[in-house]
Write a protein that binds this ligand. Structure first.
Ligand code: 5GP
Length: 224
């Protein structure tokens, strides 16, 4: 996918916005997102805070901010989280400041959060974009969770049970993507983000007028 490489497009100021990506644990949200980042420069990732212990290979400040229950309590008490929820025994939340700053700077921010967190965002920011990533089937999901080898049998069972409830909530989302083929799923997510990026409601009109008056699209007119 070409992504946002046009210089003109990059110069046009936008109102930043939020993309909420949900889907059962093991659906491949991280892999799909990681494939999209190189194609869209103005796309930022919101790193969540969690009380879950790190899995093998996970790095603090990259995958999550791994914090104690007490630290999480303090974030909640200070109202530092945009949303938070308990998922299979651990708490997860979105730091408010980062998201607000990125949106203010006109960036698109993607966050991987569960259905409870998505409901909280929907109530606060109805202009956000809600995308649900589906694994092709329950058995495929079970196989992926087992192959990942990062969770105990008990946790996998719990996460699979949870997926039944999560899928019921797909109707609350704007878009769905089936992650049957990683490349195709990433392409689809990129297309959704770029379409949303092209909404007239996301344009900063002053910025557009400024570019227009200054002889916008110099790169394109040279080529044509
Ligand atoms: P995992 O433990 O597999 O990394 O994540 C478990 C679940 O927590 C996933 O469904 C993921 O989307 C969700 N999650 C991750 N970060 C957040 C967050 O900041 N807020 C909420 N509500 N859920 C999150």
């Amino acid at each position: 996918m070409k992504g946002l490489k046009s210089k003109w497009d990059g110069r046009l100021p936008r109102k930043g916005f939020l993309i909420v990506l949900s889907g059962p644990s093991g659906a491949g949200k991280n892999s799909v997102m990681n494939a999209v980042f190189p194609t869209i420069p103005n796309l930022k990732y919101s790193i969540s805070v969690t009380t879950r212990p790190p899995r093998l290979g996970e790095v603090d400040g990259v995958n999550y901010f791994f914090r104690t229950e007490e630290e999480f309590d303090s974030f909640v008490a200070q109202d530092l989280l945009l949303e938070w929820a308990t998922f299979v025994g651990h708490r997860y939340g979105t730091p408010k400041k980062y998201v607000q700053e990125q949106i203010k700077n006109g960036n698109a921010v993607i966050m991987d959060i569960d259905i409870q967190g998505a409901a909280q965002i929907r109530a606060q920011m109805p202009e956000a974009v809600f995308v649900f990533l589906l694994p092709p089937s329950r058995s495929e999901l079970a196989q992926r969770l087992n192959l990942r080898g990062t969770d105990s049998k008990e946790v996998i069972k719990h996460r699979l049970e949870k997926s039944e409830e999560e899928i019921e909530h797909i109707i609350d989302y704007d878009y769905f993507i089936v992650n049957d083929d990683l490349g195709e799923a990433a392409e689809r997510l990129g297309q959704i983000i770029l379409s949303e990026w092209s909404r007239v409601s996301r344009i900063d009109l002053k910025g557009l007028k400024c570019l227009w008056k200054g002889g916008a699209e110099p790169e394109r007119s040279k080529k044509n």
